[in-house]
Write a protein that binds this ligand. Structure first.
Ligand code: HEC
Length: 261
């Protein structure tokens, strides 16, 4: 009797021990505490993507601090009280490790990501405010992800609006000065109508983007991606025209696209 009880206790101990080890795996901690905002696949959702490419400009020690203490005045809460020091460190290491297989961003995903905030037919064909349209300043506020439009004559703010997380590569204008396009670190492209002071449409061109260019006639937008290795072409409504894979002729070597002009 004694022997049987000991044996069952020993048997019980094994699965519990395994379960405890599995629980503290960073992938599990992530799934429980982070995936709802940063995406199950780490590609981002309400919160930014957490992939090595996307975190290039954030030191790991800084990431650990963000996870432990949160970011004030944002949705990013502090996890220092919920997770152990080991779990925090493992999570910080894990988000800098590559996802395998390498995540892709297909034409279907690009098309499905497109958001039309305002119909072209609902936009006024003249500016809704008084200023010299060819003398405006756009100020990209990197810290809190907003953009301000300033009157270039008076240096007064006309409008301020939220942007996507971490804009990259500078805003690009159409030649008539009406529209401006922004590209975010996580591959989001936003088209903003300066005359109407409205974000018109958005699309996610990739998972990690460097910059975008607008053609001289204002009809095309090209986006340079690090992840995946593509150059993506849109028309001025941000409808996808073509994805160009940055590959050699044999197709066996691909390259990140650093910038497009
Ligand atoms: C409720 C949503 C939410 C949850 C849950 C959440 N985050 Fe965040 N996280 C955010 C947002 C939003 C930001 C961007 C904050 C800002 O504007 O700077 C962020 C930022 C971050 C950053 C900084 C990224 C950068 O590029 O600067 C890291 C690292 C991070 N989160 C890791 C985590 C980890 C790890 C977890 C789970 C333990 C987690 N987050 C849980 C919403 C969330």
């Amino acid at each position: 009797m004694h022997f049987v009880r000991l044996l069952s206790a020993a048997l019980l101990a094994v699965p519990i021990g395994l379960a405890a080890a599995a629980q503290s795996e960073p992938a599990h901690v992530y799934a429980e505490h982070c995936a709802s905002c940063h995406g199950a696949d780490r590609l981002g959702a309400m919160g930014p993507a957490l992939l090595p490419e996307n975190l290039e400009r954030l030191r790991k020690a800084e990431a650990l601090k963000v996870i432990r203490d949160g970011r004030p005045a944002t949705q990013m809460a502090a996890f220092g009280a919920k997770l152990s020091t080991d779990e925090l460190q493992q999570l910080a290491d894990w988000i800098y490790s590559p996802v395998t297989p390498r995540p892709d961003w297909s034409e279907a995903q690009i098309r499905a990501s497109r958001i039309e905030h305002v119909k072209n037919s609902d936009l006024r064909a003249a500016p809704v405010f008084l200023a010299d349209m060819m003398n405006l300043f756009l100020v990209v506020e990197a810290g809190d992800h907003h953009v301000s439009i300033l009157d270039g004559d008076k240096l007064e703010r006309i409008h301020r609006f939220p942007s996507r997380y971490a804009l990259h590569g500078g805003p690009k204008f159409t030649p008539d000065g009406r529209y401006v396009f922004f590209c975010s670190r996580d591959g989001w492209v936003s088209k903003f109508d300066i005359w109407n002071l409205k974000t018109v449409s958005e699309v996610r061109a990739g998972i990690n983007a460097r910059n975008l260019a607008v053609s001289a006639d204002g009809k095309y937008v090209a986006v340079a991606n690090y992840l995946p290795n593509t150059l993506v072409l849109f028309d001025a409504d941000l409808d996808l025209i073509k994805v160009i894979a940055a590959k050699n002729l044999r197709g066996d070597v691909s390259s990140r696209v650093s910038a497009v002009y």
